[in-house]
Ligand binder design. Structure first.
Ligand code: MG
Length: 276
């Protein structure tokens, strides 16, 4: 009798174990199948592969690279934000015309006059900016060749003399200020022209003003990838959790007066259309 009970108990344990294994396999299979389906899913397209009815991309003339002595030409479909002669596309954030100083093919921050911004507004874009910090350099840390490119006037891409000048990581040149240090420090020497090539997508909000997608930015500093499609955490706010209040889809580009005579040249922008 006792032996029979032992055998029955053993059979029961084996049956329970087998059931557990079967249930686990069954529950895993649909999940894996779902993941496979998700990975293999591509958004529907009205075009077949190699479809000759599909509209061709617009033809443009690409630009030319800048050198230390002369600014390159922008792509033919770019909007020129600085024509090398005047600040007619810019205004002071304090009201009235931009009061920064224009030189031969460049302009320079006139300290104490305040930030300047474009007269027009932009949403998602490719932006090219060239800048040079003072030579000989003055000051250290954040007090050395400081300015900034504020995307949509909200999110600062730091401009700073970061050549052999130590500061905190998320305050270096090409940092998304206070949020993301650049992946590398690709700074040139003070006085040399440097480039930012930026791809920016603004934040999206629903009709109630609730955030549905954060702004994103990709940055090349002197041709080197330094920000790889990072999600901007919110509007600039020094070391304080920045909020994401609703903002218009298009806003002006802003340049910072940080009391340092930083020079700018060859600024152009290409607005991007929503894809897909
Ligand atoms: Mg700055």
């Amino acid at each position: 009798m006792r032996r029979t009970i032992l055998i029955a108990r053993s059979l029961l344990i084996v049956a329970i174990l087998m059931t557990l294994i079967a249930v686990r396999r069954l529950s895993k299979a649909p999940l894996m199948a779902q993941q496979d389906m998700w990975l293999q899913w591509t958004p529907p397209s009205p075009w077949k592969p190699n479809d000759r009815r599909r509209p061709l991309p617009p033809v443009i003339t690409p630009g030319t690279a800048s050198t230390q002595t002369s600014a390159g030409a922008p792509p033919s479909d770019a909007i020129l934000l600085f024509n090398g002669k005047d600040l007619s596309n810019w205004e002071s954030v304090n009201g009235g015309p931009a009061r920064w100083t224009v030189g031969n093919g460049y302009f320079v921050v006139q300290h104490g006059t305040g930030d300047i911004r474009t007269r027009d507004s932009y949403g998602d874009y490719q932006l090219h900016v060239e800048w040079a910090t003072p030579n000989p350099p003055h000051g250290t840390d954040q007090d050395r060749g400081n300015s900034g490119v504020f995307l949509q006037g909200l999110y600062e891409v730091q401009v700073l003399d970061s050549y052999e000048n130590v500061t905190y990581a998320d305050g270096e040149a090409a940092a998304v200020y206070g949020q993301y240090p650049p992946l590398v420090n690709a700074s040139r020497k003070p006085g040399e022209w440097q480039t930012y090539d930026i791809v920016f997508h603004g934040a999206r909000f629903d009709s109630q003003g609730r955030l549905t997608r954060r702004a994103t930015v990709t940055i090349f500093h002197n041709g080197v990838l330094v920000q790889d499609h990072v999600e901007i955490k919110g509007q600039n706010a020094d070391h304080v959790g920045p909020p994401y209040p609703p903002t218009p889809a298009k806003l002006p580009l802003r340049l910072q007066d940080h009391n340092h005579p930083v020079r700018y040249r060859n600024i152009w922008i290409r607005e991007l259309k929503e894809v897909g």
